[in-house]
Design a protein. Structure first.
Length: 104
């Protein structure tokens, strides 16, 4: 059994729509009402949530736009750096942002 398969089974991970496997480990019982959120949100949002996420080589996480902040914890074998982009001076151009991994 591969190490990734072990963790999928051990943690009860399920396939994620964007690639890889995940399991939600926390969902705040409270949320922010829709009228108090920025226009990009279509409904209420929980205060916080957390997931386990596993991505095995050569799988990838589909390119997607985040609406909320994310915090990542890397536990083992980080071979790829997450990549982020933002709109550049030209509205049609994307600018790559270097993300630094901190292992303190």
């Amino acid at each position: 059994m591969s190490e990734a398969k072990f963790w999928v089974e051990h943690l009860g991970l399920a396939p994620h729509l964007e690639g890889g496997f995940y399991r939600q480990t926390y969902l705040s019982p409270e949320s922010i009402a829709h009228p108090h959120l920025p226009p990009r949100y279509s409904g209420q949002r929980p205060f916080s949530s957390a997931i386990y996420f596993l991505l095995e080589h050569p799988d990838f996480s589909a390119f997607h736009r985040l609406q909320s902040d994310e915090v990542w914890h890397f536990y083992k074998n980080v071979r790829r750096k997450p990549t982020a982009f933002r709109r550049g001076m030209n509205a049609n151009a994307l600018q790559r942002i270097a993300l630094r991994l901190s292992c303190k």
